[in-house]
Design a protein around this ligand. Structure first.
Ligand SMILES: [Zn+2]
Length: 243
C-alpha cells in the first residue's frame, strides 16, 4: 500500500487536514492518517503498508473436513441403524434387530464412502477467493463459476462463523469464527444474498475487523453474532465488531 500523495489532504476518519506524508490510502480507495489507522489496529497499519490490495480465501484443511464428514456419517448411521432395527424387529423378531442394525450401518458406510470424494471436492473447490482494491470487491468460486465484482460500501458484514459462507454450507467447514461479508443483490428478485467468509485466522480477522469499522462499512445485526463472537476478541478488545 502506498502513501497517498495527491488526491486529498484530509483523513476520512477524523476529518483533520493532514500532510500527504501522514496519509495512507486503504483498500476502500479513501485516505486515512496513519495515526487513525494505528489507533484502530497496529496490525492493520502494518498490513496496509505492505499490501496494495486485501486478499483472502478459506484454507482447505482436509483433516478438518474429513472429521466433520465422519461426524455427520455417525449421526446418519445412528438414525439408520435404529430405523432398520425397528423394521427388522417387526419383521423377524429379536434376530431382526441385529440384522437391521448391521444393515443400517453397512448401508451408511457404503453411501458415505461413495460420496466422500465428491463432498471433499465441493468443500475444496467452492471456497471463495476475495480481492479488495480501490473500493471494489471481487469474489470468485472455482466450482460454481461465481465471479462477483461489487462496491465494498454496498456490502454489509457481521462476525459469524465459517459455515455461514454461502458456498460452504453442508461441507466440512464448521465452527471457526470468521468475518462474513453480505454482498449486495444482483437484482431485485434475488431473495438471498451471497455471503462470503473471510478473516478465519486471528491475524487476518483483526485486519478485516479493523478495516471494516474504520471504513464505516455497515454492520448487520445478527442474533448469531452474540454466539459467534463469544470468546472472540476484536480489535477494540470487546466481543463483536463495533461501528
Ligand atoms: Zn485520521
Amino acid at each position: 500500500m502506498t502513501i497517498a500523495r495527491s488526491e486529498s489532504s484530509w483523513c476520512k476518519s477524523c476529518s483533520r487536514s493532514q500532510s500527504v506524508d501522514q496519509l495512507l490510502k486503504l483498500w476502500d480507495g479513501h485516505s486515512y492518517c496513519t495515526a487513525c489507522v494505528k489507533l484502530k489496529s497496529p496490525r492493520l497499519l502494518t498490513h496496509a503498508l505492505s499490501h496494495s490490495c486485501l486478499e483472502d480465501s478459506v484454507p482447505f484443511d482436509q483433516a478438518l473436513v474429513r472429521r466433520s464428514e465422519l461426524r455427520s456419517a455417525l449421526k446418519v448411521a445412528m438414525i439408520s441403524m435404529l430405523t432398520f432395527a425397528i423394521t427388522g424387529h417387526s419383521l423377524y423378531g429379536p434376530l431382526g434387530i441385529a440384522i437391521g442394525t448391521l444393515l443400517g450401518l453397512l448401508l451408511t458406510a457404503i453411501v458415505f464412502a461413495v460420496q466422500m470424494p465428491a463432498r471433499m471436492k465441493v468443500a475444496r473447490m467452492n471456497r471463495a477467493s476475495l480481492r479488495l482494491s480501490e473500493g471494489w470487491l471481487i469474489v470468485t468460486r472455482p466450482l460454481s463459476g461465481l465471479q462477483v465484482e461489487c462496491v465494498l460500501h454496498e456490502c454489509r458484514w457481521y462476525l459469524g462463523k465459517i459455515q455461514h459462507d454461502s458456498g460452504l454450507r453442508g461441507t466440512g467447514f464448521y465452527g471457526a469464527p470468521a468475518v462474513v461479508l453480505i454482498l449486495p443483490r444482483k437484482h431485485l428478485l434475488q431473495l438471498v444474498r451471497e455471503r462470503v467468509a473471510c478473516g478465519y485466522e486471528d491475524e487476518s480477522r483483526e485486519v478485516w475487523l479493523a478495516f471494516l469499522t474504520l471504513a464505516g462499512i455497515r454492520k448487520k445485526w445478527s442474533w448469531r453474532d452474540a454466539w459467534a463472537t463469544k470468546g472472540v476478541r476484536n480489535v477494540s478488545g470487546t466481543n463483536g465488531g463495533t461501528q
